[in-house]
Design a protein around this ligand. Structure first.
Ligand code: PEP
Ligand code: MG
Length: 581
């Protein structure tokens, strides 16, 4: 019998495949006694699992492309070293022999001992190494658990074409799994604007989140249909249902193929208004994906990937090299580098944290607040961006400004960085354009003051919606409050657009709202002239823009903006989309 259940669809697309239950937390570890005469067999079983774990990692390492973030390759290398470490293997065998117990239990006992040693250490860096031990042990445990099953050897083969069911995934998990060619993923927790959800959309992986108890509801290897558009999962679907969804998948593929006629064509409305269409990236390698859809520039380079999942800050040189790589790949198109927006959903490793974790990190020391608190680290990034500017069209963008004094402090640091570079005779762009993200209601309400001091503004709707509607963007329990068409949100967008017009500076939008084609006509009618979107949405958005007429949209949209209720605005936008599609 098939069962259907729902979650929050965060990345469109249909996936059909077998479920793969992904355990980050401790899988159940069985304990039983092994007869003396069978101890050698049990030891052999342990080494077989260890070797298999090793082979899986070697396979992943060989197959991932060279431009995956450094933290992923480092993570694999450390895990490989640990798999070879006698302290893990030989001590496990000793325990197994002494206690005459099964390999899983002996390994767990050794893992607990090592974790305790790491916990007792004072050095915060070494403390975090315990996570590596846990990862490695869990990998061997999974191999032990599947020892008697007819499972393929390489993890890539295990994951290829599968739909991953996990409690939650980190952005690094998501990247690694994309390289392993998963069909889609379902998580129990997370919000539609979490970095992982955004990454899934960017990578084109169909995904559903917020399916509580998914790991209880879905069995390993069960055949699933995942519809990321509707947020629907069908487990154990019958043949007719599968063939229906295969048909939908085929139609979507064809629709997207036809969109490729727009590749590299101008983005212009039917009444000849030129619109700028840019892409969002997380890493230089994403430029390649962007170019598969369109040859365009970058309106938002989220630099956090350079900082997260590692135990030391990147040096100025590493940052400079990374930005230059992105610039080279863009072949003359502009690159907007956002200074680091760390904290909340893009958190650093524990070893780089200053104090105890904040109770309310989204409201805490995030983004520019954290940068200003750590001026030495910030200086490295400012210098790296200024230097990259000497090699191509680079702009710098400051996230999460709340008050003008933060901007003034940032300007002072930029000046200081320029003076240092000048003294050291290092090339940089003295006229680098500096803009800011408007993503806090306070900044939108004061957008005119910011606009007077800056070269451009960019609206970050993900945070603007989070802070305006007081909903945690990574908490699926409140995702029902995510209403981009809430009149308050629209008012703040409108104020920002007006501030840009009065100051004569461009305003773009780089939040997810810009990537969602159901809002394109509304935003055009509100006066937005620059969209920075997910690579995957580029051609969808271009298609709508190139079939829109601003003269017709503007009066309709100004009527919509007078409405007081979100439901009425939603109906109005639906009607607008139907009328002009
Ligand atoms: C935003 O807030 O809209 C945005 C683009 O920034 P991020 O999602 O990286 O916080
Ligand atoms: Mg933001």
């Amino acid at each position: 019998m098939s069962i259907m259940f729902n979650g929050i669809g965060v990345s469109k697309g249909i996936a059909i495949g077998q479920a793969y239950l992904f355990y980050r937390e401790q899988p159940e570890v069985p304990e039983y006694t092994i007869d003396e005469s069978r101890l050698d067999n049990e030891i052999e079983r342990f080494y077989r699992a260890r070797n298999r774990a090793q082979q899986q990692l070697v396979d992943i390492k060989e197959k991932i492309s060279s431009d995956v973030p450094q933290d992923i390759t480092q993570f694999i290398d450390t895990n490989l070293l640990m798999l070879d470490d006698p302290i893990l293997c030989e001590d496990t065998i000793k325990h197994l022999k002494q206690r005459s117990c099964n390999a899983e239990w002996a390994l767990q006992a050794q893992c607990d001992r090592l974790v305790k040693i790491f916990d007792d250490m004072d050095d915060p860096y070494l403390k975090t190494r315990k996570d590596d031990i846990i990862h490695v042990v869990q990998r061997i445990q999974r191999c032990l658990a599947s020892d008697n099953e007819d499972m393929p050897v390489s993890e890539e083969e295990q994951l290829k074409g599968r739909i991953i069911i996990a409690d939650d995934l980190t952005p690094a998990d998501t990247l690694l799994m994309q390289h392993q060619k998963i069909a889609g993923f379902i998580t129990e927790y997370g919000g539609p604007l979490s970095h992982t959800a955004i990454l899934a959309r960017n990578l084109g992986i169909p995904a559903i989140i917020g399916v509580h108890n998914a790991k209880q509801l879905i069995q390993a290897s069960e055949k699933l249909v995942l519809d990321g558009h509707r947020g629907m999962i069908i487990a154990n679907a019958d043949r007719r249902t599968i063939s229906h969804f295969r048909g939908l998948k085929k139609d979507e593929k064809l629709r997207r193929k036809n969109l490729f006629d727009l590749k590299n064509k101008p983005t212009i409305t039917t009444d000849k208004h030129k619109i700028i269409l840019l892409g969002n990236i997380d890493r230089p390698a994403d430029v390649r994906t962007l170019r598969q859809f369109d040859h365009t520039g970058v309106g938002l380079y989220r630099t956090e990937m350079l900082f997260i999942h590692r135990n030391e800050y990147p040096t100025e040189e590493e940052q400079f090299d990374t930005y230059r790589r992105a610039l080279r790949a863009l072949k003359g198109h502009p690159l907007t580098i956002r200074t680091s927006d760390l904290g909340a959903d893009k958190e650093l490793e524990d070893s780089l944290q200053h104090g105890p974790l904040a109770h309310n990190p989204a409201m805490g020391l995030r983004a520019i607040r954290r940068c200003l608190k750590e001026p030495r680290q910030f200086m490295r990034q400012l210098r790296a961006i200024l230097r990259a500017g000497a090699y191509g069209p680079v702009c710098m963008m400051i996230p999460m400004l709340t008050c003008v004094s933060e901007l003034d402090q940032t300007f002072e640091l930029i000046e200081q960085a320029k003076n240092e570079l000048k003294k050291q005779k290092i090339r940089f762009d003295p006229n680098l354009q500096i803009g800011a993200m408007i993503e806090v209601p306070a900044a939108a309400l004061s957008a005119h003051t910011f606009a007077e001091k800056l070269d451009f503004l960019s609206i970050g709707t993900n945070d603007l919606i989070q802070y305006t509607l007081a909903l945690d963007r990574i908490d699926d329990e409140v995702s029902y409050l995510y209403k981009p068409l809430h009149p308050s949100v629209l008012k703040l967008i409108d104020l920002t657009l007006q501030a840009g017009t009065s100051a004569g500076i461009p305003v773009s939008m780089c939040g997810e709202m810009a990537s969602d084609s159901q809002y394109t006509r509304l935003l055009l009618g509100m006066g937005l002239k620059c969209f920075s979107v997910q690579a995957n949405s580029l051609l969808d958005i271009k298609h709508i823009i190139n079939h829109s007429n601003l003269n017709k949209l503007v009066p309709k949209v100004s009527e919509l903006l007078k409405l007081a209720h979100v439901n009425d605005i939603e109906c109005g936008v639906d009607a607008l989309n139907r009328e002009f599609s």
